[in-house]
Ligand binder design. Structure first.
Ligand code: ATP
Ligand code: MG
Length: 301
């Protein structure tokens, strides 16, 4: 399949899940089991399509790196076991590791807490020419910190700044920060992998029962599952307030991993193909150098 065709299909697979400003977004309108009509018998075809997508992505990344102007920031947020790690692994499997930077954001350290919450993330922003991946991000500041107010208390904020408006302030600060980044050539794509409570249970049980997956299980994840509804509410509010046309959220159905990966790859391809990426043009002086080098190489044994 030609690159153009892959890019066209990428738009068709990502567009239905893109949320931008102005939409009255409701999480319950997105079915975690949605596959856009593809059946599980189509899984192999979906895997083939993903493989093609990965090739196109590798080509786009090569140009991104060579052009050295844009940076791409991919943000992944999800409930536990929704498949963030697998999506990153599969979608980025074809790209040159030199052009890619992945950061996982866990609970902040005491040094992190001595700074504003964007500080630790700013240090990890991708350089021009690179794809940066945030596995969790500053959005945790409106999710886990909102669901567990005790975390907010640990942030050493002056009391008078902790008001009812704190979440709204965080949303607008984040939206402004992302505006700033896009104005500086950082293209942003945000993913919420939307898994159902039922599927999370199935995956947790697999982690408990399968010895090869035991290491993935943590009782902290079980604890967070107890706050399921609070998290869903926090996610919905966050998406409503921070989905913008310059930094859209993709709310990706996550009950079928093969479909999740397809949509994530499609969204990245769709975003990057809109950046007019191209290899830098070689000027006349450089052309002369190339011709001279060729002559010299061919003249000697
Ligand atoms: P996996 O479980 O798939 O390995 P993960 O992203 O869940 O990946 P963990 O080490 O299990 O990684 O969890 C990281 C934890 O850090 C999450 O529970 C997350 O909510 C928490 N965390 C991230 N950012 C913050 C923050 N700013 N404040 C408090 N907790 C945070
Ligand atoms: Mg975890």
């Amino acid at each position: 399949m030609k690159t153009k065709e892959v890019i066209k299909r990428a738009a068709a697979f990502s567009e239905p899940f893109r949320v931008t400003k102005g939409k009255k977004f409701r999480l319950k309108d997105v079915d975690p089991g949605d596959t856009l009509g593809l059946k599980s018998e189509d899984k192999d075809k979906a895997k083939e399509a993903l493989a093609l997508g990965v090739e196109v992505l590798a080509d786009l990344q090569d140009k991104l790196y060579a052009q050295d102007k844009w940076a791409v920031l991919l943000i992944f947020q999800a409930m536990d076991a929704a498949g963030k790690d697998g999506a990153v692994k599969h979608v980025m499997s074809g790209v040159n590791p030199q052009g890619c930077q992945v950061y996982s954001f866990k609970a902040p350290t005491s040094e992190d807490l001595d700074h504003d919450y964007l500080w630790r993330c700013m240090k990890c922003l991708p350089e021009r020419g690179r794809i940066g991946i945030f596995n969790r991000s500053y959005y945790e500041e409106t999710l886990v910190v909102r669901v567990h107010p005790e975390y907010l208390k640990k942030q050493k904020l002056p009391e008078r700044l902790i008001t009812k408006r704190i979440w709204e302030n965080r949303f607008s600060d984040i939206a402004n920060f992302e505006r700033y980044l896009t104005n500086n050539g950082v293209a942003i794509c945000k993913f919420f992998l939307h898994v159902s409570k039922k599927e999370q249970k199935r995956r947790f049980l697999e982690r408990v029962e399968n010895p090869d997956k035991n290491w993935k299980f943590s009782s902290a994840d079980m604890n967070e599952r107890g706050y399921w509804d609070d998290y869903q509410e926090a996610y919905e509010d966050m998406i409503r307030h921070t989905a913008t046309d310059y930094a859209p959220w993709y709310v990706v159905p996550a009950d079928n991993k093969w479909f999740t990966r397809l949509v994530v790859a499609a969204a990245v391809i769709d975003t990057m193909s809109g950046l007019d990426l191209a290899y830098p043009e070689v000027g006349p002086a450089h052309m002369k150098e190339l011709a001279a080098a060729k002559r010299a190489l061919l003249a000697k044994k």
